[in-house]
Design a protein around this ligand. Structure first.
Ligand code: GLY
Length: 336
């Protein structure tokens, strides 16, 4: 078995370790704070990863699907924690994909006004994105992720041995998010074994989060490819997973950047190559309505100042505001 890789998320006295590799889950007791006497393990029925935190623990299952990512789940969990007697010195451990770690993290942020949380991430998407960086939250009927908190974990486990048992579509969705990192400083990703690749993506995210924890600026680059990606997901009538939508969004963002003179045709081709190397499509689903997608760009909750896109350019990937609708429309044709 390859040695485990440790990445630090640098946040001064709230810095934490992310332990990556096959069998990393066995390192969980190392991350449990010394003062914790009990661990509440938040997970779902189908996750199938049994963890041993090395202290007294109890399993708290939540439901599947986006409907479980709700305020009612947070209330339910907190009530069950209280009935068990979980104290502010104890620890909550989220074991699952992004939905579980978002919910467990938010419950940890609010229970007793904040208790330690550790994430044991079991999907590729979760390992390279949701579990690291402290964004937690739930949906409202009015929209996704509308209620939440920044609550950094005490540590994160990315056990890559679980990735081989993921459903193929779930794994492929993670690859779309991985493709993003190629353009955020990860040009060395190609050719790395999977555990090193995950660790490299985590390292890139850790550096960004360490420099801009609350998305005052630079952290927005982590949304590269996501404006069109979210629009495709929200349009909703397509069978497209998050990472698959992001992959299309990456190539689209490159097409927009080329029309603004920020990158050349070779760089657009590089985007197509990376996305293709993960066997992901860079074409909009058949039947996409360009007017609908354009109107969804302005509804993206990150559109604070007209249509904001995260675009590649001479200074690297950065947010760009006020993009002309004709350019956005023309670039949509290039990914159709
Ligand atoms: N998923 C983007 C971020 O954590 O900022």
């Amino acid at each position: 078995m390859s040695p485990l890789i440790e990445v630090e998320v640098p946040l001064d006295d709230r810095s934490y370790r992310v332990i990556v590799g096959d069998g990393a889950a066995e390192s969980l007791p190392q991350l449990v704070p010394e003062r914790a006497k009990r661990a509440a393990i938040v997970t779902q029925a189908g996750i199938g990863l049994a963890v041993d935190p090395g202290v007294e623990h109890r399993i708290f299952e939540i439901g599947d699907g986006e409907t479980a990512k709700a305020m009612s789940t947070i209330e339910d969990l907190c009530r069950r924690f209280a009935q068990w007697g979980l104290t502010r010195n104890d620890v909550i451990i989220g074991v699952g994909g992004g939905l579980v770690t978002d919910v467990a993290g938010f419950a940890a942020a609010v229970y007793h006004r904040g208790v330690d949380v550790i994430h044991v991430s079991t999907t590729l998407l979760g390992q390279i994105d949701a579990s690291v960086g402290g964004k937690t939250g739930v949906n409202l009927p009015e929209g996704k992720n509308l209620v939440g908190a920044y609550w950094q974990p005490a540590g994160v486990i990315c056990d890559t041995s679980v990735l081989s048992s993921l459903p193929p579509r779930e794994y492929k969705s993670g690859l779309g998010e991985m493709a993003k990192y190629h353009f955020l400083g990860g040009s060395d990703l190609e050719g790395l074994p999977i555990a090193e690749r995950v660790a490299r993506c985590v390292q890139i995210k850790a550096d960004v989060v360490g420099s801009d924890e609350r998305e005052g600026g630079r952290r927005a680059i982590l949304n590269y490819g996501h404006t069109l990606g979210h629009a495709i997901e929200i349009a909703g009538q397509f069978d497209v997973r998050h990472g698959e939508a992001v992959a299309i969004g990456l190539v689209y963002a490159a097409e927009v950047a080329r029309r603004l003179g920020r990158v050349d045709a070779a760089r657009v081709q590089e985007h197509r190559h990376v996305v293709g190397s993960y066997d992901l499509s860079h074409r909009l689903p058949d039947g996409s309505d360009h007017d609908e997608l354009l109107s969804l760009f302005t509804r993206d909750k990150k559109a604070l100042d007209g249509v904001t896109f995260v675009l590649d350019g001479p200074n690297g990937v950065e947010p760009v505001t006020g993009i002309d609708e004709d350019i956005l429309r023309d670039a949509l044709r290039a990914v159709s």
